[in-house]
Design a protein around this ligand. Structure first.
Ligand SMILES: [Zn+2]
Length: 390
């Protein structure tokens, strides 16, 4: 039987911490509604103690968005946890996500606390959160640079006090896939009560490995992955949820896992997030990049037209987008003819030769030929006759 992997979206919390990204409360609400359509399992709506606006946004989302758990982040201190609860309590599926650092470097320089003190704070924080709601998630910040046995001790304590999700973040994006996978195994083998909670992972992309690390953790038994739409987030960002989801979907033969995600909503949410945050998606980005399903080389275009499976392992319409054929100097006549047919043009062979020639001429001058360019050239050739039924 296929295992169900839960998707925890933190676009509105970690994603919004991207340099330059600020979202209004209304935009956050719209994104949250779209995330509910995408059918993520949890929406981390914000960090309520961080500012009044953050608090209001989390509260508004908890009041209005149904389906996923609505989570509010809280440091492992009483005022944060109470504040988070006061914002998420309006949801019928509230979640308190409390976190604390566990690595020696963070303890020494950021917290100025001993390991024993951190353990005590974990105990109290989870206990308090659990007295407010059942869905309590605990994160051990900087887990991948934490002494393994101490990490296991902290996790065991959090589960003992009622955490139902224990999150292992690679906060600084430092881990390598196999190493991260071995850490997940170590936790499974050394935390006695691990079966009472779900293991979650939260990977950063500083070395470009956030998605790989997340997928490796799934292979080793993680039940939840965290990430953001388009991979936005602090520094090099978080794991791209759309990439994780489409890996699991495209390679079910390999992972034997499913998600609850409605993949037709992937492209619409990607567009919305880039539009509202002002962070554009790089053209060649997997799944959602402008070029992800475009083909320019003639041999590719010919193959695509005969059977898209020649070069496509996923169907663009499945994730809510259409294939955009880009015409350039490497395009063959075949592809151009087909593109024109799609636009309802009919040409004689002679006209077609002329148009192909013009498109290639233009491609020498400008790198990309857009649909508008083709229309202009075709119209010119037809002398604006009535054949054009766009
Ligand atoms: Zn993070």
């Amino acid at each position: 039987m296929q295992k169900k992997i839960e998707i925890f979206d933190t676009t509105l919390r970690d994603g919004e911490q991207s340099p330059g990204a600020t979202l209004s409360i209304e935009e956050k609400l719209k994104i949250a509604h779209q995330l509910a359509k995408l059918n993520v399992d949890t929406i981390e709506a914000g960090f309520p103690i961080a500012s009044n606006d953050d608090f209001e946004a989390v509260k508004l989302i908890a009041q209005n968005v149904e389906g996923p758990y609505i989570s509010g982040l809280a440091r492992a201190i009483e005022k944060d946890i109470l504040c988070s609860w006061n914002a998420v309590k309006y949801s019928n599926k509230p979640c308190i996500h409390t976190f604390i650092s566990t690595s020696d470097i963070h303890l020494k320089y950021m917290f100025k606390k001993t390991r024993e003190q951190i353990l005590e704070m974990t105990k109290n924080a989870v206990k308090l959160a659990k007295s407010l709601t059942d869905r309590v998630q605990f994160s051990a910040m900087d887990a991948t640079r934490t002494d393994k046995d101490y990490l296991c001790k902290v996790i065991q304590t959090a589960i003992d006090k009622g955490a139902v999700v224990v999150n292992i973040p690679d906060t600084v994006g430092y881990s390598q896939p196999d190493e991260f996978g071995r850490l997940i195994n170590y936790i499974k083998e050394n935390v006695e009560n691990i079966n009472n909670a779900m293991i979650s992972v939260h990977c950063h992309n500083d070395l470009g490995l956030a998605v790989s690390n997340s997928l490796e953790a799934i292979k080793r038994g993680a039940g939840q992955v965290e990430g953001t739409i388009n991979g936005i987030g602090e520094r090099a960002g978080n794991a791209s949820l759309e990439e994780i989801i489409m890996n699991l979907k495209t390679r079910t033969d390999y992972f034997n896992c499913t998600t609850n995600i409605n993949i037709k909503e992937i492209y619409p949410i990607s567009k919305m997030v880039s539009q509202y945050t002002g962070i554009s998606v790089q053209r060649n980005k997997a799944i959602v990049g402008e070029n992800a399903f475009s083909h320019e080389a003639g041999i590719h275009q010919h193959g695509m037209l005969s059977n898209p499976l020649c070069y496509e392992i996923m169907k663009p319409e499945d994730i809510g987008r259409i294939t955009k054929m880009v015409f350039g100097k490497h395009s063959g006549k075949h592809a151009i003819e087909n593109g024109l047919k799609k636009l309802n043009y009919k040409f004689s062979q002679e006209q077609l030769n002329k148009i192909t020639e013009k498109i290639k001429e233009l491609a020498d001058k400008q790198k990309t030929i857009l649909e508008e360019d083709i229309i202009a050239i075709a119209d010119y050739e037809l002398n604006k006759s009535s054949n054009y039924l766009y």
